[in-house]
Every structure is written in structure tokens, then in C-alpha cells.
Design a protein around this ligand. Structure first.
Ligand SMILES: Cc1cc2nc3c(=O)[nH]c(=O)nc-3n(C[C@H](O)[C@H](O)[C@H](O)COP(=O)(O)O)c2cc1C
Length: 470
């Protein structure tokens, strides 16, 4: 494919105000005729989204919208920010319309950036108040811009026998740069991207990464002729741009996939990171203190773990670095020493084990004790069911403990789960004066890490998914 060195961008003058049900291909042919033009193979027609939306009846009357609680909440949140930026306020009704057109709210600050149902990231889900008559009437993006482009292209092909491409455009603001420019939102006959990978540059080097967003460039070029305000040129003919005609095109191919989008707060990527990065941190912590408020925020999240009968058997006790913790650890260590002596362990082993435990539990900025509150367990007359209920309690507090560790990871805190309290239940209960129904189950050391920990080996998936064989 070779590039021509001259491209013409011709605005079609005299397009009437478009109304619902208007036939856009017919209007294009008539206007071309009036402008003394006829379609040629290889032409590209760029059409402003507004007229497609109007002809499709994709408009909404804001006065007929009843805002939901979500819309009202968003309105309350953003209105002060909108005002402080001197921008026009968005009504709860407009916010509702934006929500109805969106898959996800990406940012809600002084502007509302959303992902539309098509996958476009733009302000206000592409809802537009300009270039439409009527108080409270807004245009929505076409439901399926590719389909609309395809319909117009095939109708024009049938009427003129010309192989042309259609781009439906809208102007979007951009990240990092000021100024809205034309973007392609629907295509037919032209691939939205031009993959140059494998082609040679001026010096014969093979291009490794170059993908040209030429449909957006064409839409942006057309915008120069269309204008943004009252120019009234919603259809532009681009002639002389060399492109490969392709019937199987979709605007979806220009949309960056979430997984490789570096700039988006991607829920899946963030959650995956938290799940994978959490480590049992057994090294010394930094001297930085941990704010109790952060610990409480993490425990607040740990409340959302699943529990049998939603009984929430977990009880957390936050132990600061004080005399109480010191005397508790001392007593627990005495018990540990006796247990290890009974096990017949060597003096050196016992000394090092006790020392390690002491350092771990005394030095961590925060030590959390997790207890199972047995008063929440259902009571059964038979011991087997009671035993199972007890197991349910343990399983439930374990799920909360896992949430807690993940919440710490989210807060960039390091932590480790220790089973020591299981071996010193009565000492702990006595020293901390815990309620009779509490069973001490685990300690969590928490603080800021000095260094990252290499993840220990994980079993392969096929080792942990047991395939049934009959
Ligand atoms: C129920 C439970 C009890 C644990 N008890 C201890 C413990 O007493 N001492 C210790 O060093 N690590 C303890 N750990 C941490 C494990 O050693 C650690 O989770 C495991 O090696 C995997 O490492 P990772 O958490 O970094 O993925 C415990 C973990 C769990 C879930």
C-alpha cells in the first residue's frame, strides 16, 4: 500500500436539520449532488454521531427522567467539585442518563468519565446537549455505531456501486492533553487501526510496535471541517487517503483491552495483585508506627468475610507494644519452653525458638489476637453435630483472617499469621481477662516491611484440582 501525498477533506454544505427517521444515505447522495460531487471508490465519509443519533431517535428528554438513589448520591458528590472548577452543573437527571448509558464510572470528579456500553471511555457517556433543539433534550451515542456505519455503507454501495468507507465520529476529550478531538466510534469498510508491525521504516528497520490509529486521525481531520458549534457540517468527505478496503471491520479493534491498560484503575488487575502479592512476612519490621485507625479499617473489611449462618464468630484484640503484651509473651514463652522440654528438644533448639518467638511478638508494631467466640455457635444435643459446628466456626474465622491479611496488603502493611495462641489458650485468656466463651486462635504480627518477600512455591493447578474418574 502506498500513501498519496494529497488528501482532500470536503465538508458537505447544506445538510438539513436531521430528525428522527431521516434517511442518512439519501441525504448524503442529495447533498453530494448539490455540492457538485459524486462518490468515488476509496472515498471515506465521516459522519458526526449527532445526526446518526437524531435519525435513530437516540435522544432523551431529561425532564422525563426520575433519578435513582445512585444518581442522587453521585450528584451530591460531584456538584461541589464541578462548581469549584466553574463548570456547568450536571442535574441528577443528566447523571441518571449518563449512568443508564454506562458500563462503569471510571472517574467521578469535576467531570464524569465513564465507560460506555460500547467500551468507549469518554466524558458523560458521550451524552451531548449541543447541536440539538429543545429544552432538556440530549443526544445519546448510537446504540451500535458499527452497525449504523455498515447500513449506510451498504446502502450507498447499492445506490452508487462505489466501494467506500464510513466513519462515525464524535469528539472526545483526551487524557494528558487539553482539547477535544474527533474520534471514530463506528466504522465500516476501513479497519480503525493500521498495523505497521513488520513493515520497514525509512532506514530499512523493521517496525516492532507501530500501530497507527488512522480512523481516529481521519475523524480528527474531518472535525476541522465540521467544527464544534454552529458550522452545521456534520458530514465530511475524505478523498485521496489510501487504505485497504475491508468489509469485516469493527471499532472494537481500536479499544485497548482492560488487562493491558496501564492507566485505568482496573479492579481485576488490582485484586489479582493483592491476592498474589500478599506474603507471610517474618522479617523485622521498620520502626514506623502503625496508625490504629488503619488497623481498624482493615478489621472493618475483615467483617465482610463469609461465615456460617452469618454468625461472625471472629473477635479481634489489638495489642499495642506495651507492658501487657510484654508480660503475656513472657508467660507464653515460659509455656513454650516447658512444651519443648517435654518434647525432648535440645537446649540450643529451645533457646533459639523461644528467642525467635519473643522477637516476633514483642517487636511487631501491632500484634492482633484472633479469637473464636463460641457463644455464637449453634447448640446441638449430639456431639458430632456440635463438633461440626465448631469446625464451621474455625472455618469462618479463618476466612475473616484471610480478608484481614488481604486488607493489610492493600494498605501496604506486612503481616504474618501465627498459630502460637492455640498452644497457650488459658494463659492468654487469663492474662488478657478475656470472656469465658472466647478461644484464642491466632496472632497476626503487623507492621511496615523492610523488604519484599519472594513468594514460596505454589502447587500446580492440576495438583490441587482433583479430576473425578469413574
Ligand atoms: C493457619 C495458619 C497458621 C500459621 N502459623 C504460622 C506460624 O505459627 N509460624 C509461621 O512462621 N508461619 C505461620 N503461618 C504462615 C505460613 O507459613 C505461610 O502462610 C506459608 O508458608 C505460605 O506463605 P505465604 O503466606 O507467604 O504465601 C501460618 C499460616 C496459616 C494459614
Amino acid at each position: 500500500m502506498s500513501f498519496k501525498d494529497e488528501i482532500k477533506i470536503i465538508g458537505l454544505k447544506g445538510i438539513p436539520l436531521i430528525e428522527k427517521g431521516d434517511n442518512i444515505p439519501e441525504i448524503i447522495i442529495e447533498t453530494l449532488n448539490r455540492n457538485g460531487l459524486a462518490l468515488e471508490d476509496g472515498d471515506i465519509i465521516v459522519i458526526a454521531q449527532t445526526i446518526i443519533s437524531k435519525s435513530n431517535g437516540r435522544t432523551r428528554n431529561l425532564n422525563e427522567i426520575l433519578p435513582s438513589e445512585k444518581a442522587l448520591k453521585l450528584w451530591k458528590e460531584i456538584t461541589p467539585k464541578v462548581k469549584s472548577h466553574g463548570l456547568p452543573e450536571k442535574s441528577p437527571e443528566l447523571i441518571q442518563a449518563i449512568l443508564d448509558e454506562s458500563k462503569e464510572i471510571i472517574k467521578s470528579e469535576h467531570v464524569l468519565i465513564t465507560e460506555t456500553k460500547h467500551g468507549f471511555i469518554c466524558a458523560d457517556a458521550g451524552i451531548d446537549k449541543s447541536n440539538i433543539e429543545g429544552e432538556g433534550i440530549v443526544t445519546l451515542l448510537p446504540e451500535n455505531p458499527d452497525k449504523e456505519a455498515e447500513k449506510i455503507r451498504t446502502t450507498l454501495k447499492n445506490k452508487t456501486e462505489r466501494e467506500i468507507a464510513i466513519i462515525i465520529s464524535d469528539s472526545f476529550g483526551r487524557v494528558f492533553r487539553l482539547g477535544a478531538i474527533g474520534n471514530a466510534i463506528g466504522v465500516s469498510g476501513i479497519n480503525p487501526i493500521l498495523d505497521m508491525r513488520g513493515k520497514k521504516d525509512l532506514f530499512g528497520y523493521e517496525l516492532q510496535t507501530t500501530i497507527v490509529g488512522h480512523a481516529d486521525s481521519l475523524a480528527a481531520a474531518a472535525q476541522l471541517v465540521m467544527g464544534e458549534s454552529d458550522e452545521g457540517i456534520p458530514i465530511v468527505l475524505i478523498r485521496g487517503y489510501n487504505f485497504e478496503f475491508n468489509k469485516e471491520t469493527t471499532i472494537k479493534s481500536i479499544l485497548r483491552k482492560k488487562e493491558i491498560d496501564l492507566f485505568r484503575d482496573n479492579e481485576e488487575v488490582s485484586i489479582r495483585k493483592i491476592l498474589k502479592n500478599r506474603r507471610s512476612y517474618k522479617l523485622p519490621f521498620t520502626t514506623r508506627n502503625v496508625d490504629r485507625k488503619i488497623i481498624e479499617e482493615c478489621i472493618e473489611l475483615a467483617r465482610w468475610a463469609p461465615s456460617a449462618h452469618n454468625s461472625q464468630f471472629w473477635r479481634y484484640i489489638i495489642l499495642e507494644r506495651d507492658k501487657l503484651r510484654e508480660s503475656l509473651i513472657k508467660k507464653m514463652n515460659e509455656k513454650l519452653r516447658i512444651d519443648l522440654l517435654k518434647d525432648g528438644k535440645s537446649k540450643e533448639f529451645i533457646k533459639s525458638k523461644v528467642e525467635k518467638t519473643k522477637i516476633n511478638f514483642l517487636n511487631s508494631p501491632i500484634l492482633i489476637l484472633l479469637c473464636l467466640d463460641t457463644s455464637e455457635l449453634d447448640k446441638y444435643p449430639d456431639p458430632k453435630r456440635s463438633q461440626n459446628e465448631f469446625l464451621l466456626g474455625i472455618q469462618s474465622i479463618s476466612s475473616s483472617a484471610t480478608y484481614l491479611l488481604l486488607a493489610f496488603e492493600m494498605k501496604k502493611l506486612a503481616a504474618c499469621w501465627y498459630c502460637a495462641p492455640l498452644f497457650a489458650k488459658s494463659i492468654i485468656k487469663e492474662n488478657l481477662k478475656l470472656p469465658e466463651t472466647y478461644i484464642p486462635m491466632a496472632f497476626f504480627t503487623v507492621g511496615y516491611p523492610i523488604q519484599a518477600i519472594e513468594p514460596p512455591n505454589r502447587k500446580k493447578l492440576k495438583e490441587i484440582i482433583y479430576e473425578l474418574r469413574f
